[in-house]
Design a protein around this ligand. Structure first.
Ligand SMILES: Cc1ncc(COP(=O)(O)O)c(C=O)c1O
Length: 499
């Protein structure tokens, strides 16, 4: 497929600007750009075809099953898009004064109330833009809290699990804390003995996902909470896996003091490729004074922003948070209503169904009932046939399935982390199982087919490291002398015309 710059022909336009009968105004010389921008020039049909063709090369939850563990790629109900496009939401400017934005403020306030209930905690801020920013905000709250009680210097360490998502250690480091990792025991829980040995008066807190990235609910969570609280430390809940427990168990009841939600996972959102997301946090009462400002408060039937919070950590994001994400999540939650629990129950059921059908064909590092996701290992396939988790993942693409998460969590060699979500039909799960079993058969009978997969995608097997480390996302004019010349001449022409 040609790049848009390669399709470009000088002088072509996709838009016609209206002619107004108004006097033209000279742009002051110091504000005028010296050269016209180097933009591709195409007609409207060419432009539409270009992007439509590009869109068909992409894989999304609307094109197929997307069991990307830890990422909760569930169906995004279309009614959410309808609601978010209501003019009162879509056209609202963030500088609109409070009186004219009461509906939006009420929606945000109501979403906060629901999230508090789901978390089992006392206060909420919607501001953080993603789970990872929720983590950083939560750690900033911990720091502010300990400074306030005179233990800021003393408590300098955060404990995480060795199964933690990469954002956990990154947030800990960004927040200026030291990182201590705790091992996983033979049942896939946090190793309580290792934990006891590491928690002390220097510990500020724990950051934990529960269920973990292994898809396992920590059976010792109450004991763990006692250990941390007994040492005067706090508990942070990475809510990335909340899809497993909504309406069933609450992080606050497990002993967690701060929780982030990944709105874009649990409560649906067309996400992927880096956004859009929402990472609200909920906290216990004693941490409320430190939450970001402005807080959204209710007074009778009116809603307003409150800035006067002397102990606040300040703002963590522009304006008030990702509003479109709030509208979609609110619509999603209200559509479920009290049946939110069912959402999690079906997610867990679907995962256990897949696990039961696949566990004999792969290695299973922890043989337990799983929550909303599970981790298999392709270690046996590697040992016996030289087929890696990556080969399995690439081959799945030939069957129009998005690969599961691979090589994570790091403690499982050749990991395949599978999360079906609640929105998939049994037929889809069965099709996926059949393909996975066929891949296992092929590993023994014709491994070269797997080694060279994918075979029917626009792009074949790429050099993963190079693709990640040297991604080309910008058009380099200097690498295309012909085009540079052509566009260069056109630009000169435009400049002469005073464009
Ligand atoms: C377990 C876990 N924690 C944290 C995050 C970070 O969340 P976000 O991508 O919203 O920043 C993720 C994201 O995939 C995750 O899976």
């Amino acid at each position: 497929m040609e790049l848009i710059y390669e399709k470009s022909k000088p002088g072509r336009r996709a838009a016609t600007l209206p002619h107004y009968d108004l006097p033209s105004v000279e742009v002051p010389a110091d504000l005028r750009r010296a050269d016209p921008p180097r933009l591709p020039e195409l007609s409207e049909p060419e432009l539409v075809r270009h992007f439509t063709e590009l869109s068909t090369r992409n894989f999304g939850i609307d094109t197929g099953f997307y069991p990307l563990g830890s990422c909760t790629m569930k169906h995004n109900p279309r009614v959410n898009e309808r609601v978010v496009m209501l003019p009162g939401f879509k056209d609202l400017h963030p500088h609109q004064e409070e009186e004219g934005a009461q509906g939006a403020l009420e929606l945000m306030w109501r979403l906060q109330e629901i999230l508090k209930e789901v978390a089992g905690l006392d206060a909420c801020s919607l501001q953080p833009a993603a789970g990872s920013q929720g983590e950083l905000t939560g750690l900033m709250l911990m720091r502010a809290y300990f400074e306030d009680i005179g233990q800021g210097e003393q408590r300098d360490t955060i404990i995480t699990a060795d199964t933690a998502h990469g954002t956990n250690p990154a947030s800990v480091t960004m927040a200026g804390y030291k990182l201590e990792k705790v091992a996983t025991d033979a049942r896939g829980n946090l190793d309580v003995d290792d934990l006891r040995a590491k928690v002390n008066e220097r510990t500020a807190g724990l950051m934990l996902t529960n269920p973990s990235t292994l898809g396992l609910f920590d059976e010792n969570i109450e004991e763990i909470a006692q250990i941390f609280h007994g040492a005067g430390a706090l508990m942070y809940y990475d809510g990335a896996n909340l899809n497993a427990v909504c309406g069933i168990s609450r992080p606050g009841d497990m002993g967690f003091d701060i929780v982030h939600f990944n709105l874009h996972k649990t409560f649906s959102q067309p996400h992927g490729g880096g956004g859009p997301g929402g990472g609200p946090i909920a906290v216990r009462e004693r941490l409320e004074p430190f939450l970001p400002v402005p807080a959204i408060v209710r007074e009778g039937d009116a809603f307003r922003f409150e800035y006067d919070r002397p102990k606040t950590i300040g703002k963590v994001r522009g304006y008030y948070g990702p509003f479109g994400v709030f509208v979609r999540s609110y619509a999603y939650i209200r559509a479920y209503g009290p049946a939110l629990r069912e959402m999690s129950e079906v997610a867990v059921l679907n995962a256990n169904y897949l696990l039961a059908r696949l566990k004999d064909a792969f290695d299973l590092p922890f043989d337990r009932l799983c929550m909303h996701e599970f981790v298999l290992s392709a270690r046996g396939l590697k040992r016996e046939h030289g087929i890696s988790a990556l080969d399995v993942a690439k081959r799945l693409m030939d069957y129009d399935f998005h690969p599961p998460t691979v090589y994570f969590p790091l403690i499982v060699p050749e990991a395949l982390m599978i999360e079906p979500t609640e929105t998939e039909a049994k037929e889809t799960l069965d099709d996926f199982v059949e393909v996975m079993l066929e891949i296992v058969r092929d590993a023994g009978e014709r491994p070269e087919v797997l080694k060279e997969a994918p075979h029917n995608r626009p792009v074949g097997r790429v050099d993963e490291v190079k693709a990640a480390k040297r991604s080309v996302v910008r058009f380099h004019f200097e690498d295309h002398p012909d085009l540079s010349e052509e566009t260069g001449q056109a630009r000169q022409l435009e400049a002469q015309k005073g464009a």
